[in-house]
Design a binder for this molecule. Structure first.
Ligand code: KIV
Length: 272
């Protein structure tokens, strides 16, 4: 049974704003393919993020920087074919929106046209304001992303907690207000102190969705492969693992190998 105060059918960007106003928390998970997205959507997740974390978990890159717009569109199209209820938000990859607003709009239009996604997400505050405005003017919903922004990893140098110092916290608060003012429908806050995240969530009317940002925000997002325990080298404090699929899959696959070698598979009932 749902513990939401209301029953939200098909999720739209407006539903999310209503959820915040009604005090209903928003659940968000990543997915990058049809089969996983079908399970995530069917389990009642409100927002599916086709994150550029696909660069790490699907392609094995060390950072999110190498994934291309074509690859993001490929992942997003599979996700969109699977869903019945969730809102699908697609990350604009590194290099597809930073150089100028026209290029940002062209990239966002390609995502909407070619994948069928419902909204885009991009990283940054006032540095990308004009790009966000251009995309919004074309009627494309935009989710912001502040705090730890992995596309800037080479500027930060590490994946540690952001905005612990007053100057960076102040800029983050200003950026969040600006994103709300220009028309973003939601903001992701990644890996910042819980107190700061709560302050931001209370200062704006659009939903704030946290990852490593505590419980005082309007919803939570995790990378699907991490929360299912498929990845096992990654242990940030904020990650709750709901399964240990790495171990379960390894055991099942090893058993299959043994069965094949022992000519135990297929048995009499498993053949024609
Ligand atoms: O790409 C991604 O998975 C993300 C989440 C970590 C928010 O941006």
């Amino acid at each position: 049974m749902s513990i939401a105060k209301r029953d939200y059918k098909r999720i739209t960007v407006k539903t999310l704003v209503d959820m915040k106003a009604n005090g209903d928390k928003i659940s968000m998970l990543t997915a990058y393919d049809y089969t996983m997205a079908k399970i995530v959507d069917g389990a009642g997740v409100d927002v599916i993020l086709v994150g550029d974390s696909a660069s790490n978990v699907m392609a094995g890159h060390e950072t999110t920087l190498p994934i291309t717009l074509d690859q993001m569109i490929y992942h997003a199209a599979g996700v969109v074919r699977a869903i019945e209820r969730s809102l699908v938000v697609v990350d604009l990859p590194f290099g597809s929106y930073q150089s100028d607003p026209k290029e940002a709009l062209r990239s966002a239009i390609r995502i909407m046209k070619e994948s069928g996604g419902h909204a885009v997400k991009l990283e940054g505050g006032k540095e990308v304001k004009e790009s966000i405005k251009r995309i919004l003017n074309a009627g494309i919903p935009v989710m912001g992303h502040l705090g730890l922004t992995p596309q800037s990893i080479y500027k930060f140098g590490t994946y540690t907690v952001r905005a612990k110092e007053e100057e960076e916290a102040h800029k983050l608060k200003e950026d969040a207000l600006m994103l709300e003012r220009i028309g973003c429908f939601a903001i992701v806050l990644e890996k910042i102190p819980a107190k700061l995240a709560q302050e931001v969530a209370e200062s704006i009317s659009i939903p704030v969705i946290g990852i490593g940002a505590g419980n005082g925000v309007d919803g939570q997002v995790l990378v699907l492969h991490d929360m299912l325990g498929m990845t096992h080298e990654f242990h940030p404090r904020f990650l709750r693992r709901y399964m240990n699929l790495y171990e379960d899959m390894t055991n099942s696959i090893s058993q299959y190998v043994k069965d094949v070698k022992a000519v135990d598979f297929p048995n009499d009932e498993e053949q024609y």
